[in-house]
Each structure stands twice: as C-alpha cells, then as structure tokens.
Design a protein around this ligand. Sequence first.
Ligand SMILES: CN1CCN(c2cc(NC3CC3)nc(N)n2)CC1
Length: 155
Amino acid sequence: VNRKILSLVFVRESTKILLGFKKRGFGQGRWNGFGGKVEQGETIEEGAIRELQEEAGVLSHDLSKIGLLEFEFVGEPTILQVHVFTTTSYIGLPTESDEMKPQWFEVDRVPFDEMWPDDSLWFPLMLKGAKFQGYFLFHGHHNILKYNLEEVERF
Ligand SMILES: CN1CCN(c2cc(NC3CC3)nc(N)n2)CC1
C-alpha cells in the first residue's frame, strides 16, 4: 500500500467559503477547496500555500491544520492522504486558473451535490471549527462503502 500526500485549503470570509470548480483532471466537474500533490523538498503546508496560489491566485501564509483524511478505492493500491487547512488571512483576488474557477459560497449554501460525497460528512465539523480525522473506502468516485470520522483535540 502506498500513500499519496495531498493538500486541501479552504479560505473563509465571515459567512462565506471559497470553493473552486475543478475544470480538468481528478475531481473534474466538482467544487472543492484548493490543493494538490505535495512535492519532494516542500513541507505539506508549503505545498498547500503553493497550490492555493497556483489554483486560486491568492497568497496566504497563515494556514491552520484542521483535518487529516485518508481515502482508499476498492481495487487500487494507492491511498490518498489529504491534509486539510483553513485560513482567514490572505492577499489577492481569487482568480480563475486553467485548473479551477473560484467562487464564494455562503456556508449554508455549499453545493454538496456537486462535490465529492465525503464532503457532506466532514464539512459540518470544519464549519463548526472542529479538528477531524477520517478514513473513507470508496467504490468508484460516487459510492462510499464505509467510513469512520472523529473529532480530534489537536494535530
Ligand atoms: C488534490 N486533492 C484531490 C483529493 N481531494 C479530495 C478528495 C476527496 N475525496 C476522495 C475520494 C476522492 N474529497 C475532497 N473534498 N477532496 C482534495 C484535493
């Protein structure tokens, strides 16, 4: 079993959250936070900052680690290990990239039916300010066969 380390960043503004519509590649056609592969030679947080800049055109240096999610797919050896961050302090105007089209959403109007199915399970923990850890077993890209999800005190 090998693990692929990925970042995922959510930018918050009072009652709003910044999501991006994935225009191509993995997760295409779904809204999500910003993130991607963590490269060799960078920390996970540095990778998260880099991807946020590349995908949304905003720069933040004050990310808070809020979640750790592992995703396994039936029949596939690679486990995705997603490190979730949030920030309220950033500079720059969210800008469309070739990967992502950013848009602000009211936190009570998050388009879960156009997002990864796990999001509706852990978003409530993120939105209430909790830290969380979870494991999800997927069959394909639409069905969660089983999962566990728990709040944690700190990372
Ligand atoms: C670059 N990454 C890709 C993985 N990712 C995921 C994954 C995910 N579920 C997993 C079944 C796929 N759910 C959210 N919300 N994000 C974050 C961004």
